[in-house]
Design a protein around this ligand. Sequence first.
Ligand SMILES: CC(C)(COP(=O)(O)OP(=O)(O)OC[C@H]1O[C@@H](n2cnc3c(N)ncnc32)[C@H](O)[C@@H]1OP(=O)(O)O)[C@@H](O)C(=O)NCCC(=O)NCCS
Length: 171
Amino acid sequence: MAIRLETAWDAPDVRKLLIAAFGRAAEAQLTDKLRESDAYVPQLCLVAEQSSVIVGHVMYTHITLESESNPAIQVLALAPVSVYPAFQGRGIGKALIAESLSRADARGEPMVVVLGHPEYFPRFGFVPASTLGIKPPWPVDPDAAFMVKTLSAYRDDMRGTVTYPPEFDEV
Ligand SMILES: CC(C)(COP(=O)(O)OP(=O)(O)OC[C@H]1O[C@@H](n2cnc3c(N)ncnc32)[C@H](O)[C@@H]1OP(=O)(O)O)[C@@H](O)C(=O)NCCC(=O)NCCS
């Protein structure tokens, strides 16, 4: 398995992957829209290839974290991450997430926010965002599904509520 940056040429294959992994088109449409937006962080969007076929993908966008006492800062949102059902459980998701988190840290990003499976993401160091004083823009149930992974540039006064780009409103 090889991991590399996604390119514009990968978009149709990534779209098919997302539809297969999520069983619906919403995440594929979101990904297409985010790629066109200012929030897109192409340096962190990776694909996993097996025999030159894309079997996994992870996307990052910039979101805003702000509070009454703190100025707004940009942090990262990890979404979506996907692996073809037939290839799941072989460490491809782990490899994509670990590599992208390492690249995010090297870029000096302070943290990564994810809304995801509370049984999966803690293995990468994600903790419930509420424990760090970071709130989602909408109600999340369970609370533990809204998680944050802090990176080297994190400071513990980075608190507040995150705002996602409008493309996320439609998912
Ligand atoms: C989540 C996903 C990306 C993980 O990729 P993967 O390549 O299967 O993951 P890995 O092989 O690295 O890890 C497998 C582990 O993930 C766990 N896992 C996979 N899907 C999970 C889920 N929905 N909830 C909780 N744990 C899950 C497996 O139980 C396994 O755990 P184990 O290591 O303790 O046995 C993949 O299952 C997927 O594409 N799912 C559908 C899309 C999705 O839900 N994306 C995440 C949205 S935030």
